[in-house]
Design a protein around this ligand. Sequence first.
Ligand SMILES: NC(=O)c1ccc[n+]([C@@H]2O[C@H](COP(=O)([O-])OP(=O)(O)OC[C@H]3O[C@@H](n4cnc5c(N)ncnc54)[C@H](O)[C@@H]3O)[C@@H](O)[C@H]2O)c1
Length: 317
Amino acid sequence: MSKPINDRKVAIIGCGFVGSSSAFALMQGGLFSEIVLVDVDRNRAEGEALDISHGMPFAHPCKIYAGDYNDIDDAAIIVITAGANQKPGETRLDLVQKNVAIFKTIIPQISERNYQGIILVVSNPVDILTYVTLKLSGMPATRVLGSGTVLDSARFKYILGEHLSVDPRNVHARIVGEHGDSEVAVWSTANISGIPIHDFCELRGHYDHEAAMKRIAEDVKNSAYEIIEKKHATYYGIAMTVKRICEAIARDEKTIIPVSNYQNGEYGLDDVVLSMPAIVGRGGVEYKVPAPFNAQELAQLHESAKTMKEVIETLDL
Ligand SMILES: NC(=O)c1ccc[n+]([C@@H]2O[C@H](COP(=O)([O-])OP(=O)(O)OC[C@H]3O[C@@H](n4cnc5c(N)ncnc54)[C@H](O)[C@@H]3O)[C@@H](O)[C@H]2O)c1
């Protein structure tokens, strides 16, 4: 028997930098009336719950507390941020063995409770761990998603906004594929409020498109490395990303965002999880949007999928 889902409740497993910042962002957002924090380090979860609760009189009423797996199976969304983070010089893929081992202790505890809500994977490598979650849980692919390149797309919009001196919310551009080194910047459809990107660049006095595209895509890809080099972890950008994805689900927004989701033949990509645009709402990944790509982007996407598959083949699932 599974508990009925409480639409106003979210659970976060892993309360380190990313989990606690996400809880803080969610508390301020007022989306949920109950936030439960789970961590192997119970003291850490209790401390974060107290600290975040003390800001509540300035935000929205919400019950925030440390709990265990019996407290989370009625949450509308379970966000998983447990696991090792990148150290300077490490790639996301370097984390795979450590974090798959951690997921093997977490996911069975969720699936044995016949969980009926949505799992949002954030731990890295996020595309691989979303795949692992899907396989270990046996849940439908619509209800298991990863934060994927929603964060990279936000970085892309921010950097383009700076380059063009325009509100990043007017930038319509996305990163797809792996949340990692093989990610793909989709330039072919990028636009600023409907104006094709190159035309807008010229309106703002930028003419060297090739050099700018290369530099900006590299800056987006290397953002996390730069932040980790300087402050040892990234957490505010991803916390806002978690909040955005939770909003899309909890408010049934039907928002199109590039969450990490299972590809079952789309674009010739099969049995792999990658970030591709999807309509996200209460049902999770409700519809995979057939976004157009040019030949070069498609080839890059296939390379990204190949990288993911090679890693998946090393796993004992
Ligand atoms: N997807 C993204 O865009 C993105 C962005 C930033 C970080 N991350 C990833 O998020 C993860 C967490 O990063 P962080 O900086 O918060 O790390 P952190 O070390 O600060 O926190 C990890 C937490 O996980 C807990 N934990 C470990 N094993 C656990 C288990 N079995 N059950 C419950 N909790 C457990 C630890 O006690 C710790 O509190 C990393 O994998 C990191 O790479 C992802």
